[in-house]
Ligand binder design. Structure first.
Ligand code: CA
Length: 223
């Protein structure tokens, strides 16, 4: 899952980004409207968190633009983070297209729980994700195949979680790079192949993630 965090308070932004990275999300940060706009031109985020009061613009206006400006890529889910707690502002945020709303000051754990809930909305119940023989506990960061625990690094967990959100879909190395790695990542898709081959080894036999020649990779529900 790749998250965009738009927040101009540097201390708050760093604490939130660190916490999300510790949950093995890929996180890009923007402290201005202009930088957020630039990132939204090139990346489709799984979840975007919008601060409304930005030094060079209004986050609410940016959310509204996502609905009509074809140059911008609309994030799959949007969350508004703001000190404005008036009912009118909350309604305006949701009307503009946001999926959820969190009023500052918020507890970091609540933000992580909301991001987790948004990223899996419509896909499963509770914090457990199941595809075939695989089970992921999204909150505890544990993974199992047929009941045997898999010892995964944060990046491997994040990669497997992305596959499990798209079972049966053929995902290209570029898709994986865009959704599992953030903008500080090695830009070469070779790093995707290295982590993927480690993950496949840990998943064991018979193979659950298969290569679709010249297209990408696919998680099978049954080997
Ligand atoms: Ca602000």
């Amino acid at each position: 899952m790749r998250i965009l965090l738009i927040e101009d308070d540097p201390d708050l932004a760093d604490v939130v980004a660190l916490g999300l990275r510790n949950e093995s999300y890929a996180v890009d940060q923007a402290a201005t409207y202009a930088h957020a706009e630039e990132l939204l031109r090139t990346t489709t985020y799984d979840v975007a968190c919008f601060d409304l009061g930005l030094p060079d613009g209004d986050g609410l206006e940016l959310i509204r633009r996502l609905a009509r400006d074809l140059e911008l890529r609309r994030p799959r889910r949007s969350l508004v983070l703001t000190a404005r707690d008036a009912v009118a502002d909350r309604v305006a945020g949701l009307d503009a297209g946001a999926d959820d709303y969190l009023v500052k000051p918020f507890h970091f754990a609540e933000l992580v729980a909301r991001v987790r809930a948004l990223s899996r909305r419509g896909e499963s119940h509770g914090s457990t994700l199941r595809v075939g023989a695989l089970t992921l506990d999204l909150a505890a960061h544990q993974a199992w195949r047929d009941g045997s625990e898999l010892r995964l690094t944060a990046r491997e967990f994040s990669l497997l979680r992305y596959f499990m959100h798209h079972p049966g879909d053929v995902l290209s190395a570029e898709d994986l790079l865009e959704h599992v790695w953030d903008e500080h990542a090695n830009p070469f898709t070779a790093s995707v192949r290295v982590i993927l081959s480690r993950l496949r080894k840990k998943l064991g036999e018979p193979a659950l993630i298969v290569t679709v020649t010249n297209v990408g990779y696919q998680l099978k529900e049954r080997p």
